[in-house]
Design a protein around this ligand. Structure first.
Ligand SMILES: CC(C)(COP(=O)(O)OP(=O)(O)OC[C@H]1O[C@@H](n2cnc3c(N)ncnc32)[C@H](O)[C@@H]1OP(=O)(O)O)[C@@H](O)C(=O)NCCC(=O)NCCS
Length: 177
């Protein structure tokens, strides 16, 4: 994985990424809706180790000019070989500048245009407005609203389910690029 956009670089994780990853994954505001919850430094190290090789599912997003790691994109097989799931976790110091949308759009372009995937999905809790705004900004449609489907301690979370098909990407690329 080595994808460049106007402002960003998406690559494989390296050992040197630990402190930057630990900084935001240890923040409860960031990890509130992430199933694993906040990371210890040990968990951040394991996360990087698991995502350095060929089986990587998470990819760091780097500010190209400044060489700063600002978050990561999740991109993994979902149903079969041609359906993928995408997700995003970023450092709050860099929110609302369009970085997650820019990175996610580049992953859709890679998935549909290079890998010839059929469908890419994403999910989030309805309270997580920034996350579903990213989904909508990159051209995904809301397909489902699952009520109380995810156990979270003593309560249940609802979940929005979004998707985009290859044919939708192809017909919309001029609009959302
Ligand atoms: C979701 C996340 C990756 C978005 O990162 P980001 O780089 O700020 O995203 P972008 O700047 O590309 O887009 C965010 C959009 O949400 C909008 N937004 C943010 N907070 C908002 C709010 N409270 N109400 C309405 N819109 C809001 C922004 O205005 C922006 O939309 P716009 O460009 O139309 O103005 C980031 O918030 C994050 O890491 N959250 C914690 C981890 C997480 O929950 N991940 C998703 C799990 S499903």
């Amino acid at each position: 994985m080595y994808i460049k956009t106007k402002r960003l670089l998406i690559r494989k994780f390296e050992l040197k990424d630990l402190q930057a990853v630990y900084e935001y994954t240890s923040d409860i505001r960031v990890m509130k809706y992430i199933p694993e919850g906040v990371f210890t430094e040990e968990a951040a190290k394991e996360f990087i180790n698991q995502n350095m090789g060929d089986k990587a599912e998470k990819f760091p997003v780097i500010l190209k000019d400044e060489n700063i790691l600002i978050g990561h994109i999740f991109f993994a097989q979902y149903f079969g070989e041609h359906t993928y799931e995408i997700g995003w976790v970023f450092n709050p110091n860099y929110y609302n500048k369009g970085y997650a949308s820019e990175a996610a759009k580049a992953m859709l372009e890679f998935g549909f245009e290079k890998m010839k995937f059929h469908r890419i999905i994403a999910t989030c809790q309805p309270e997580n407005i920034p996350s579903y705004r990213v989904m909508e900004k990159i051209g995904m449609r809301r397909e489902g609203y699952f009520k109380k489907c995810i156990p979270n301690g003593q309560e249940w979370w609802d979940e929005y389910y979004y998707a985009i098909l290859a044919e939708e990407w192809n017909s919309a690329t001029s609009r959302i690029k």
